[in-house]
Design a protein around this ligand. Sequence first.
Ligand code: ASP
Ligand code: MG
Length: 460
Amino acid sequence: MKFGGTSVGGPERMECVAEILASRIETSEITAVVSAMGGVTDMLVRAATEASRGDREHWKGVRAELARRHREVADRSLSAAEQAVVLPRLAEYMRDFENLCSGFSLVREVTPRAMDTLSSLGELMSATLVAAILRSQGHKAEAVDAAEIIVTDEAFGNASPLMDETTPKARSRLAPLRRSGAVPVMTGFRGATRDGQTTTLGRGGSDYSATIIGAALDADEVWIWSDVDGVMTADPRLVPGARIIPEISYREAIELSFFGAKVLHPKTIQPVMKKKIPVWIKNSFNPSCVGTKICAAAQNGQAGAKAITSVSDAVLVTMNGKDSLSFPRLATRVFNGLHLEDVTTLMATQSSAENVLCFAIRQSELPRVKARLEKTFELEILHEYVGVLEVVPKVAVVVVVGEKMKGTPGIAGRAFGALGKRGINLIAIAQGSSELSISFAVKASEVKEAVQAVHDEFEL
Ligand code: ASP
Ligand code: MG
């Protein structure tokens, strides 16, 4: 069971987590994974960044706030005996915070490696507190640092697990605890390289921690507790009538999280997919709600579209290879440029005999991409062998997702027909042969109406 930042956001919330865990201790062997208290990771990252810019004061304010929030939980939710154990430990973490930040402000730099050590302190503190709350209530529990278990590569800030090394560590560290009836409360987000350097799994990575551990332990299920009732048919801010989906497939879930539906860290599904371990999305604020089950063969209520997601801060970039650059050559060089900038595309299309390549990326990545491609094609653009980079700003990419769209004729027709009826113009369209999703670009100002139109059309 993994609990996100809002689920451990304060004393009452952490007590709810303890209650959810405690109610199942008798009947199941549970491993808990916790995020930092809501907002804490942002504060840590900001403190490090400001310190590295030479600000010697900002982090002191953060220190006070962090100490206050964690101390409040200790004061309100722990027995006196547990306070005696936990308060010195929290003080140690705060000293680490101070030492790191004052170091960053002196050298005016923070390396990705040092950032990982600092940014994951929140998880160490929340795991310490949740385990102590359970013990205060008479249950057996132990806080476990995932850096002792999850072995990762050296991609600091966005590390990936090495499962062959992680699996035996997870078993030898966690199985004895679980057998003795104790709940291991593990830090999310954190891991460590083979030689013990702390890494993190990327922002929002505690979901990923949970499925990594679930796969390593051959868990029956992974439950992800957040603050929403489940995966929804659309963003409820765009579509007020959006509903919870009872079951979706792994592939649908991956598709949805890649395109910005904030349900899961995009890599979350990978570890459990091969082992077919189901993942549940549940709401810790509404624990009796069943939530959404993500599994291999999801029961689909209806053929066709299942959910709609969108990215509304996108731009479309078009490059024209004209007669001189074949499409494969143009694409090779363009995508190599994107790869070098570590930019992923939201959609891409090839059109017409003129070798025109069009792709969508996030607005924030445009300056880097533009500079890179103008450099890559400097000569060709100068001699007009290649058309200048055209950019359509303020675009939204809408993605209609559903495994059962495959082989069902008329889905695209219905989706686009619904847009046409509302006078919404499609700027670009893409669908691959997997037919798992149909993507299209519209004006950002029309995204709400577009998503609503498709939602209505498929009666989601
Ligand atoms: N605390 C980390 C973050 O905010 C990891 C997580 O919450 O999943 O990114
Ligand atoms: Mg979080």
